[in-house]
Design a protein around this ligand. Sequence first.
Ligand code: UT7
Length: 329
Amino acid sequence: MRAAITAVSSYLPDYVLTNKELETMVDTSDEWIVSRSGIHERRIMKEPGKATAFMAAEAAKNLLKKRNIQASEIDVIILATVTPDYQFPASANIVSDMIGATNAWGFDLQAACSSFIYGLEVGSKLIESGTYKKVLLIGADTMSSIIDYTDRGTCILFGDGAGAVLLEPTEEQVGVMDARLYSDGAGRKYLYQIAGGSLKPASAETVAKREHFVKMDGQPVFKVAVVKMAEVAVEMMDRNHLKAEDVAYLVPHQANKRIIEATANRMGVGMDKVMLNIQKYANTTSATLPLCLDEWEHKLKKGDNLILTTFGAGFTWGGIYIKWAYDSK
Ligand code: UT7
């Protein structure tokens, strides 16, 4: 028995933050941002009282409608996020309450930009155990809540959004076929949030020093990301005897268009086989992969081979090979 994605959906906030608007906020230019990252605009959650759990719940509601099932049928909710509404309780619990998933237990899972792919591995194993029939995996992040809009090195890169997939058991030769996840904590100093955890709790000083925002040393992250995303994608192909022509789509984490192009190049697949929406949504951290899947769903056919790959803070990275389980209607 395998776990298959049987439905996918997403939610994006309405507000569009363009490169032009960022030019009025920090010393940057549309030309610089596009040439270095591929990003033109990103969505920002501006409505007071609405953040990660809200976006995740909206994505989940869309999914339930599409799949025509009740929230009470969900067994488990995994919320992949680095920006939960609160440190505790888990935002998965809030989502469960918002959508009425009265029979579900759930938890938040955090592996930075690899959160969704880690969640997919965990959710798949819960299904494969035979104990659970419907696992709702949501990737959602309100990156704007932890971005320093005075830091041009990071504020151009991130956006807000949510995407959800439903995992169900299948006896067919489709679904999550293989996964290889990695982490290396030695990379933590290049991309992290300095304060707000148990090591450095919030204080007037941490706020004054702007230590609750994302801090990134972009170049070292780029250098490792470009190697590891490509390596793990090729590893997935080799392990599963897939040639470039067997791959229907590469589904890469959307952190930088140059990293994505390098990954496709190493795999030998053309950009026509790459799900790319970084230009519209930037890096939504845990939401990039399900946002891609939702946008491309109408093109996907049962049996299509997809290679999912991510790289993120930690460092964390990984690849998952999926045989798509259904033709979209
Ligand atoms: O999703 C998690 C994983 N994250 C990533 O994978 C992100 C990895 N890193 C990157 O994508 C890239 O490193 C960036 C897009 C963040 C930066 O691109 P880069 O080509 O590595 O530029 P850089 O950091 O080497 O900066 C080059 C120059 C610097 O100026 P000097 O020192 O050469 O005078 C920066 O100060 O560009 C400057 N710069 C900017 N200029 C205009 C940095 N940010 C900006 C900006 N606008 N927004």
